[in-house]
Write a protein that binds this ligand. Sequence first.
Ligand code: ADP
Ligand code: MG
Length: 270
Amino acid sequence: MITLDVVVEICDLTHIYVTEQRASLAVKEINLTVRSGEFVSLIGPSGCGKTTLLSLIAGLIHPTVGKVKVNGSLVTGPSVKVGYMLQQDYLFPWRTIWENALVGLEISGQLNQASKNYVEHLLNEMGLLKFKDFMPSQLSGGMRQRVALVRTMATEPDLLLLDEPFSALDYQTKLQLEDLMVETLLTHHKTALLVTHDIAEAIAMSDRIVILEPNPGTVRCEVETPEELRNLLPLEAREHPAFTPLFKSVWEQFEAMEKQKGVASGHGGV
Ligand code: ADP
Ligand code: MG
């Protein structure tokens, strides 16, 4: 197998959370590959192990069985080569936008004139430069998430892990940010793994969609986004005739999961 351009390689990954009371199987025997420059979405019902998978790739938790490789190296802990962006922006309220954008660089000891110039460039790209001396409380939710994206990109990670980064935003802001995110990742040739429970968002943004099913979390199927959608920005993709049939087929997968759940719990479903 040619692994040169593989950024993420997940082999037979199983994770069991062990607490004092119980052990719970969160994800089971996951196999997944993400190639360089790909935008892949992970979707599935709540509790199917999406966040667990990202935490394993980020090296924040260690797998019970199996392995995760990023850029060919076994993940043993967090790395500056992997950026993580969450639903909440976690900006420090006492720091300005500029100071917040530099946090990752400070922590990883990469703060220098070149990296500061890069942050300035990113802030400018995202229409934030004129707000650099503002405090986070003076910015809207969408602007704050843009700052969080700059902070994540500042350390120049090869891989971005995005855990429902738009789900706390209003619909219009979310659509604008989807476009900005895709444009930015394309410009900077980044590889991304997005967790979302929004089927439309997954289709509009990604090259490939991995559908997970719960109890325990496993890969149900993978869906390639057709070429004509892949080449469009999310807003345009949503308008394309190929969008609705794909939405329908992913939706059917979700419906089938609901039915299975109904059968497993003794209900007939709706
Ligand atoms: P998702 O992000 O898809 O909603 P999660 O990865 O958060 O799913 O959770 C997967 C499963 O693992 C769930 O059953 C959840 O209750 C369990 N789980 C998640 N985090 C922990 C934890 N820290 N300790 C114990 N169980 C957990
Ligand atoms: Mg989650």
